[in-house]
Design a protein around this ligand. Structure first.
Ligand SMILES: [Zn+2]
Length: 253
């Protein structure tokens, strides 16, 4: 084949690939032309992801908080239960076999799943953690309450070690991993001290139906444990969003 013909075919092949339109299967990513700045363009029902002066998007930098002495220790009911770990292409997510509840502002939320972001998504006074855990709870009306907990590099973390020991699923095609007994309550540091604000899911469709609870006390994990997650997740944190007119309340403790 002549050199010019080969070039032409290669160019045509590239053109064909680049002209494939975005489909419903198009996945959001954390960089490039399907990255956070473009999420709202990927699908019509991702419009909440767009920056807006009245938006209630997450994550945010937690700063200038207002103490509220009415905020009590979190009312959590979490027993040990089996979990299934999967890699969904955006995060490592654990789904419980059965419930677990969080009562917040008179509403009851049921544990749906927990997952991780590296680095952390929330920042506190401009400081990011190495990793963030999100425990997602949902109420009967489809509203969410999410407990966020940031990690810094330090001592080995017993809860995180249980997930690593079970085998973190590396790829979306990896088989799901079952953990027979895991107490999510063991993951949390101090559930009596936290920040809370009204926000959104940090992934498309970025729905603004999340009561965020971010624990004040950061957890620790070892450099090796961080690496185990980081090599699989890469950068899966959404950039900080504008706080706009929102109030962030904090426990008085
Ligand atoms: Zn998350």
């Amino acid at each position: 084949m002549k050199h010019t013909t080969r070039l032409l075919i290669a160019a045509l092949a590239m053109w064909t690939v680049s002209c494939i339109p975005l489909t419903a299967q198009e996945e959001f990513t954390y960089n490039g032309d399907t990255g956070p700045g473009y999420w709202s363009d990927l699908e019509s029902d991702f419009s909440a992801c767009a920056a807006s002066p009245s938006g209630h998007q997450s994550p945010i930098d937690i700063d200038a908080v207002i103490e509220d002495s009415r905020l009590d220790t979190l009312n959590l009911l979490l027993s040990e239960m089996p979990f299934t770990l999967i890699n969904n292409g955006h995060t490592i997510m654990a789904t419980p076999k059965f419930g677990g509840t969080l009562r917040l502002d008179g509403d009851t939320y049921t544990l749906a799943q927990f997952h991780f972001h590296t680095l952390s998504e929330h920042a506190v006074e401009g400081n990011r953690g190495a990793m963030e855990l999100h425990a997602v709870f949902t109420d009967a009306n489809g509203n969410n309450a999410v407990i966020g907990m940031l990690y810094k590099i330090g001592r080995p973390n017993l809860f995180v070690q249980q997930l690593i020991a079970a085998g973190l699923p590396k790829l979306t095609t990896s088989a799901p991993v079952t953990i027979n007994r895991l107490g999510l309550g063991d993951a949390f540091t101090d559930t009596s001290r936290y920040y809370t604000y009204a926000g959104s899911l940090t992934t498309p469709p970025c729905s603004e139906n999340v009561s965020w609870v971010v624990l004040k006390q950061w957890a620790e994990l070892s450099p090796e444990q961080f690496e185990a997650f980081r090599t699989i997740l890469g950068n899966d944190f959404r950039p900080l969003q504008k706080r706009n007119q929102r109030v962030v309340r904090a426990t008085a403790r």
